[in-house]
Ligand binder design. Structure first.
Ligand code: HEC
Ligand code: HEC
Ligand code: HEC
Length: 113
């Protein structure tokens, strides 16, 4: 019985951690205001969580507010549909891909597909 309780407690704790980590995939089309030129980015959050620290991208380890890769300050994505998004590309996604030498980290089709 005691063993069973321990197992249940462990499963609940694991589920709670998974829940707190946020979604595995995030549709970043919600960042775009107006008609988009490229396909909305389906961000693989789970892949990134496995290969980075939470605080590489978030202000705190719990998630929530994002971190500007250049300044280390809070990052609020503002994307105008149809216009190349300098802040998201250069101050968030591309900056880290360059730093971590992600293969094809800046090629359009890697993210917009
Ligand atoms: C490579 C960057 C990156 C890493 C690493 C990362 N996240 Fe995220 N995370 C994001 C992005 C981008 C979003 C989407 C933000 C939005 O919805 O505007 C997000 C969303 C979230 C959300 C949902 C927040 C909300 O407002 O709905 C949670 C919770 C979260 N992350 C937790 C974590 C935790 C915990 C870790 C570490 C285990 C982590 N993240 C690692 C980039 C990252
Ligand atoms: C590392 C990921 C990544 C790469 C590589 C990338 N982008 Fe983006 N781009 C984004 C994200 C994230 C957004 C904002 C969310 C969205 O558009 O879904 C965005 C937004 C845009 C926007 C504004 C929204 C729209 O569709 O009108 C344009 C235009 C754009 N990107 C063009 C490009 C072009 C051209 C390339 C190749 C030179 C490129 N992107 C490469 C991640 C990337
Ligand atoms: C803090 C660093 C960091 C940031 C910020 C970051 N990435 Fe990445 N990204 C990585 C790393 C590291 C990998 C390589 C993962 C691997 O080895 O498979 C990666 C891989 C990817 C891949 C390929 C995933 C796969 O399944 O092979 C995509 C797509 C991607 N990133 C999109 C984005 C987009 C879109 C953004 C911005 C919203 C972003 N990344 C921001 C570090 C980052």
């Amino acid at each position: 019985m005691r063993k069973l309780i321990a197992v249940v407690v462990i499963i609940c704790a694991a589920a709670l951690v998974a829940y707190a980590a946020g979604p595995a995939k995030i549709d970043l089309g919600k960042w775009v205001d107006g008609k988009a030129k490229k396909k909305a980015v389906q961000f693989p959050h789970d892949v990134h969580q496995a290969k980075n620290q939470c605080t590489d991208c978030h202000m705190t380890a719990e998630g929530g507010a994002l971190k500007n890769q250049k300044t280390g300050k809070e990052f609020k994505p503002m994307v105008k549909g149809g216009k190349t998004s300098n802040d998201v590309h250069k101050e968030f996604c591309w900056d880290c891909h360059k730093k971590k030498s992600v293969p094809k980290g800046k090629s359009c089709s890697k993210c917009h597909k």
